[in-house]
Design a protein around this ligand. Structure first.
Ligand SMILES: Cc1cc2nc3c(=O)[nH]c(=O)nc-3n(C[C@H](O)[C@H](O)[C@H](O)COP(=O)(O)OP(=O)(O)OC[C@H]3O[C@@H](n4cnc5c(N)ncnc54)[C@H](O)[C@@H]3O)c2cc1C
Length: 423
């Protein structure tokens, strides 16, 4: 080791950000590597995709996060691999970074499970550009329909997957269409628009109780969302979806919320891989045979006290990042590491205005307005940046008073998923 131990953190999302913050006064030099120059708040991505918030309302500059902490440097770069024996992080287009301790919190991406056409013809919702692209596309489809495209399916939006992202998006889309686009497009029969959720299981919201799943379903149905259970997708093409039972559905917008895969970095970190290719970690979140390397957040296949896999949720990443930082401090002062204990503070999902489900510790269930208020408070609290909190609060208050989802702006980068639906 040099004079001060070098800690490299890959990813400045929920896990990496909290690890770095927990090391800000430690006797170490920290380098945070991220491919983006912002910290994104993914739980609100669906609001960007549905014009409720602007893209930079849910993003905060990485460098501003660490300003005033001289032991933390930021490197805007993509990590391409890790050499565990040489203790090097390889970067795309830059020299490799040496480390004494490494925390990897590179998150997850989507997988298409090998289904034909999914990567070419569906929209993902994992990044800010994904959300902006989806918003552009939906607004553009309405413009095309208004310009005379009478195609079946032109205003049909299908969400594949009835998890929290599918449910939240479906609720927000139905509000966007019924409250905003119906007024914007006075000469278009907007009642032609349909929002359809297709789910292979027989209920929504895996990970939530049956009660919350039923509440969410009832709320979606009230909003006019069609929910189809037990539906297995066979493939997607430029026209729409085909299902294993041989039926098909024409749709101009197909949103893929179903598959989660570990970051490709997982391959170089451990031989043992868990769900979705995540890295199987030891009890203290380190990698087998490398007590100086920690994997946290979505990329880690860690278990809770009951031995069940921990979910891919922001609080798991936040607590994991802090735990890895604490373990580094313990190792530096010659103390043994401790196992990671996840404290579950509850889960929640919103289905729209004054509609949310929340499951809190102690078996407490909240739904409707109460659940929605709890959701608002928690999301404002965790949103990074004072300005972002104010802007989100003002937007939500405005939306509450007027139903206006104000960011109905097409910021087209010229890339089209398909021109099939153009008039
Ligand atoms: C649409 C959506 C909605 C969600 N809603 C909720 C919710 O309501 N509640 C909840 O608890 N959780 C929610 N989650 C899950 C939650 O966001 C994740 O569990 C959490 O972000 C995991 O944290 P992480 O640090 O592992 O990864 P992330 O927060 O994704 O951070 C990963 C970081 O690594 C960077 N990165 C990735 N690869 C590289 C590389 N090769 N080189 C350099 N940098 C790299 C990325 O740019 C990113 O900044 C949601 C996720 C999504 C996508």
């Amino acid at each position: 080791m040099g004079v001060r131990p070098r800690v490299v953190i890959i990813g400045s999302g929920f896990g990496g950000l909290n690890a770095a913050r927990a090391l800000k006064s430690a006797p170490v030099d920290v380098t945070v590597v991220d491919r983006d120059n912002y910290v994104g708040f993914w739980p609100l991505l669906y609001q960007v995709a549905t014009a409720g918030l602007g893209a930079d309302d849910i993003a905060y500059p990485v460098r501003a996060t660490y300003a005033g902490h001289p032991n933390i440097r930021v490197r805007l770069a993509t990590a391409t691999g890790v050499d565990l024996d040489a203790r090097l992080v390889h970067l795309d287009g830059h020299d490799s970074l040496p480390y004494d301790f490494l925390i990897v919190s590179a998150g997850s991406s989507t997988t298409d499970f090998g289904l034909p056409g999914v990567s070419e013809h569906t929209f993902a919702l994992k990044t800010l550009p994904d959300a902006v692209r989806l918003r552009n596309h939906i607004l553009t489809m309405f413009e095309h329909a208004d310009a005379g495209s009478g195609e079946r399916g032109a205003l049909i939006i299908v969400l594949v997957g009835g998890g929290p992202t599918g449910v939240e998006l479906a609720g927000a889309l139905s509000e966007l269409i019924s409250r905003n686009l119906s007024r914007d497009f006075t000469h278009l029969d907007v009642t032609r628009a349909r929002v359809v959720v297709v789910e292979k299981a027989d209920r929504l919201l895996p990970g939530f109780s049956d009660r919350s799943a039923a509440t969410a379903l009832a709320a979606l149905v009230r909003k006019g969302v069609e929910v189809r259970f037990g539906v297995r997708l066979a493939g997607v093409d430029a026209r729409g979806l085909t299902f294993e039972d041989g039926s098909s559905l024409d749709a101009s917008t197909i949103i893929w919320t179903a598959g989660v895969a570990a970051s490709p970095l997982a391959g170089g970190l451990a031989a043992e891989r868990g769900r979705g290719g995540a890295v199987v970690v030891r009890a203290d979140l380190s990698v087998a045979g490398h007590p100086e390397v920690f994997v946290v957040g979505d990329l880690a296949a860690a278990s809770g006290r009951d031995g069940r896999p921990l979910p891919q949720l922001a609080p798991v990443a936040i607590q994991g990042g802090r735990h890895a930082a604490r373990t580094i401090r313990r190792q530096l002062s010659g103390r043994p590491s401790r196992p990671f204990r996840y404290h579950n503070h509850g889960i929640m999902a919103t289905i729209g205005r004054r509609e949310a489900v929340a499951e809190l510790p102690g078996g407490l269930h909240l739904a409707g307005t109460l659940g929605w208020v709890a959701w608002l408070v928690v999301h404002l609290f965790f949103l990074v940046g004072f300005r972002n909190r104010i802007v989100a609060f003002v937007n939500w208050a405005w939306n509450y008073l007027t139903w206006d989802r104000a960011s109905r702006v097409i910021l087209d980068d010229g890339r089209r998923i398909t021109d099939r639906w153009a008039p």
